[in-house]
Design a protein around this ligand. Structure first.
Ligand code: FAD
Length: 324
């Protein structure tokens, strides 16, 4: 008997988030061949994003487009989602392991009496058995889990699944009504973004990160230039944030953001275990540190022993030439 999977897609700053396309792939890996996979998109002014999503989904794209849904609010989104999800009777619900996904997933799991697996980084199928890998102990170990029965709610870590491919062929878009609830306890008036960069840190393919070795807020400028040339995002260690060199929105690690880019460039970062928890799964790690004994070199694929203020501008210059 075929079942239904629903991916709850996200829009940020007017763009469909890459993790939502990755969630479609995660749903495909999780589903049986005859299961249907549809998507649910919430927000405001979603015409373009819904079209884009419909080219990537096998099934329908359900859209709830309303000014009150422009910014994520747990209460509003939960209230809006349920009337659409319930008739679909999903066996699986997949979300990005983002601020929104982390917030909504347990609410949906409780409502649908589903099991939940969070921060999934890989899905393997052997016959009819599907195993989900997720990190433990701040990334020092991984566990393989499976659902024994019933409904599942899954959140996936950004940058760990290939995004669903754009077929170029628009699919069916199903608009839904939204009626605002009079019993809301909170209303989001505005969202103030603290990060200036165009590239979302958690979804960036290249991250240039600075630590206490950057020495000042101005010291981040060469890192920003390198990130710009590479089309990446700037991150930081908690050491740099605590020292006031940058905003905590950039912090990567156990108590910050978790990133899995293709390339992670750590500049003036010692490599404390709490920092590694947020970046050790990056595909290629490049460390620049003037101390050859710095622990970051133990996990780095490439290490440059030197002063970051000399090395980073040189790299920027060379990449600029190579990419021109
Ligand atoms: P340092 O350890 O001071 O390292 C600075 C490095 O810069 C040194 O290796 C030095 O050799 C190098 N350096 C200096 N000058 C230069 C130069 N000119 N060129 C090149 N290299 C240079 N940390 C996080 O990052 N993220 C977290 O989420 C996090 N969560 C934590 C949670 C808890 C509960 C605790 C207790 C700690 C947490 N920490 C976290 C802090 C963590 O333990 C470290 O203190 C922190 O990561 C150190 O930051 P750092 O590497 O920038 O600084």
């Amino acid at each position: 008997m075929s079942s239904s999977y629903v991916v709850i897609a996200e829009v940020r700053a007017g763009q469909l988030r890459q993790v939502s396309l990755e969630a479609l792939e995660a749903a495909r890996l999780s589903a049986n061949e005859d299961d249907t996979i549809s998507a649910l998109l919430l927000g405001h002014n979603l015409a373009e994003q819904a079209k884009q999503l419909s080219r990537c989904v096998q099934g329908q794209v359900h859209v709830i487009d309303h000014p009150e849904l422009e910014h994520y609010s747990a209460e509003r989104y939960y209230a809006a989602i349920l009337p659409v999800l319930e008739p679909l009777e999903p066996i699986g619900i997949v979300l990005g392991h983002t601020a929104m996904g982390r917030d909504l997933a347990p609410m949906l799991a409780a409502h649908f009496q589903a099991g939940q697996l969070s921060d999934v980084t890989a899905i393997h199928r052997t016959g009819s058995e599907v195993q989900y890998a997720r990190p433990l102990y701040a990334g020092k170990a991984f566990e393989q889990k499976r659902f024994k029965e019933g409904r599942k709610v899954i959140t996936i870590r950004p940058n760990n699944f290939s995004p669903a491919v754009d077929s170029g062929c628009p699919g069916e878009i199903v608009p839904h009504e939204y009626s605002s609830s009079p019993s809301l306890r909170s209303i989001i008036k505005d969202v103030i973004s603290k990060t200036a960069g165009q590239v979302d840190l958690t979804e960036a393919q290249i991250v240039v990160s600075g630590g206490r070795g950057v020495k000042s807020a101005e010291g981040f400028q060469p890192l920003q230039q390198l990130a710009e040339v590479l089309g990446g995002a700037v991150g930081a260690s908690r050491g740099a944030c605590d020292a006031g060199y940058c905003d905590y929105a950039l912090q990567i690690g156990q108590t910050g953001k978790v990133v899995t880019p293709q390339i992670y460039i750590a500049c003036g970062i010692s490599g404390a275990i709490q920092h590694l928890a947020g970046m050790s799964q990056s595909r290629v790690i490049i460390a620049i540190n003037k101390d050859p004994e710095a622990p970051i070199f133990k996990i780095a694929d490439y290490g440059i022993v030197g002063d970051l203020f000399e090395v980073v501008p040189l790299l920027t210059e060379e990449f600029r030439k190579a990419l021109a």
